[in-house]
Design a protein around this ligand. Structure first.
Ligand code: SAM
Length: 383
């Protein structure tokens, strides 16, 4: 009996095989099993019937062997081969040295096939055995065949670097990685980890910098990643930071922001962002903004922002500050509307959200007051 989950996997495998070069091998296997094609069905429908039939057949081990051969024959590129190996190792079917220890049987086989043959887009989106959210972020890197500089702004103890260490070696050797953080302890811990792990030899280079060295270094970045950092930047410091980072991103380079749309523990002082805030904040800058909101598999609300730098013109600080001002005003308005709506509804199930919004409102107001104070004192100095 095929479960709905298995059926979904089978459809995925069949569609993938039907769309790729692997089709020829698969049809060879189908023929050798005497499978009768239904001329009125599409290739992938035929494949689904075939896989379902053989996976629920008592003699399925032959089929499993044949499919294993198919995977071995499939003409994978170097990058894809590394991905397959990585998946196999994570599923426990291959040792790190590349030796296959076990051929998966029965139910696991569906997962095995799916993991091996998953198309790159699906793999990146779902993350496989990697950190899904970070893998999605690194997807743009997979096409690089030239050297590039990647800045991990607010690197912490290097979660992004460790995610990057799993991407194919052929890409890693092009990466100049620079981890930057305000917290010196994080930087020390990350430096020690880089030494221990041997990343220095895997990447083109791998360094960490404090804020002062970083802003003095005048780097040209192809990518700036900010992973779970934006909510920690006080709003009054943000315009200058955006301006400085914008000037470091090369033409056609990308700044990537990844955040939780709602901070699970509320987190004192911090301000979470949503799509509208991002659109407002980066309006009329040199970035072309592409924002995506989605929930992780475990239901965490996430925000993924690609800022593609289209030109080299730099945005005036006043413009970025003006955007921030509008962003905050509109955000506060939306928060107040939602608070009122929850009050009017009397819905006790929304009490947690209500508390979250109250704290968010307070955090924004405190930071906004600081921003306004600084602006006033700047304008007094100018007079
Ligand atoms: C939640 S942690 C995320 C760390 C890492 N990016 C990750 O995803 O695991 C936020 C990091 O941002 C750093 N940070 C906060 N404010 C910063 C600033 N103004 N400039 C640079 N880093 C900052 C913190 O020290 C911390 O390491």
């Amino acid at each position: 009996m095929v479960t709905p989950e298995q059926n979904e996997s089978i459809s995925h495998i069949a569609n993938y095989l039907a769309m790729n070069d692997a089709k020829q091998y698969t049809f060879q296997i189908m023929r050798s099993y005497g499978f009768q094609y239904d001329p009125d069905s599409s290739e992938s429908e035929n494949l689904i019937i075939f896989i379902q039939h053989y996976c629920s057949d008592p003699g399925k081990e032959d089929f499993i062997d044949a499919m294993t051969v198919l995977i071995g024959n499939y003409d994978l590129t170097e990058v894809e081969l590394e991905r397959v190996d990585y998946n196999l190792q994570n599923l426990g079917y291959m040792l790190e040295e590349g030796m296959v220890v076990e051929i998966p049987k029965e139910d696991d086989f569906y997962e095995f096939l799916e993991q091996c043959l998953r198309d790159p887009e699906a793999l990146k989106a779902e993350g496989g055995a990697y950190d899904g959210a970070l893998l999605t972020l690194t997807e743009g890197l997979m096409e690089n065949d030239e050297d590039f500089t990647l800045i991990d702004y607010g690197c912490g103890e290097g979660r992004l670097l460790f995610a990057l260490s799993h991407i194919p070696k052929v890409i890693k050797k092009h990466i100049t990685y620079v981890g930057v953080d305000v917290d010196e302890e994080h930087l020390e811990a990350l430096s020690a980890k880089i030494k221990e792990s041997g990343f220095e030899s895997e990447f083109k280079s791998c360094t960490v910098m404090n804020l002062q060295d970083f802003f003095e270094a005048g780097l040209d970045a192809d990518y700036i990643f900010m992973v779970n950092v934006l909510h920690e930047i006080p709003l009054n410091e943000l315009p200058k930071l955006i301006k400085d980072l914008e000037s470091m991103v090369k033409k056609d380079g990308v700044m990537l922001i990844h955040e939780m749309r709602e901070l699970i523990e509320g987190e004192m002082r911090f301000v979470s962002w949503d799509e509208e805030d991002i659109d407002e904040q980066f309006k009329n800058t040199s970035f072309n903004v592409n924002v995506r909101s989605y929930n992780s598999r475990s239901g965490i609300p996430l925000l993924n922002v690609h800022l593609n730098r289209e030109g080299t013109t730099s945005t005036a600080l006043e413009e970025i500050e003006g955007n921030l001002d509008n962003m905050i005003k509109n955000k506060l308005k939306r928060i107040e509307e939602e608070l009122k709506e929850i009050e009017d509804s009397g819905d006790e199930l929304r009490i947690r959200r209500y508390g979250y919004l109250l704290m968010l409102k307070r955090n924004i107001e405190l930071q906004y007051a600081q921003f306004v104070r600084e602006k006033l004192s700047d304008s007094k100095k100018e007079e």
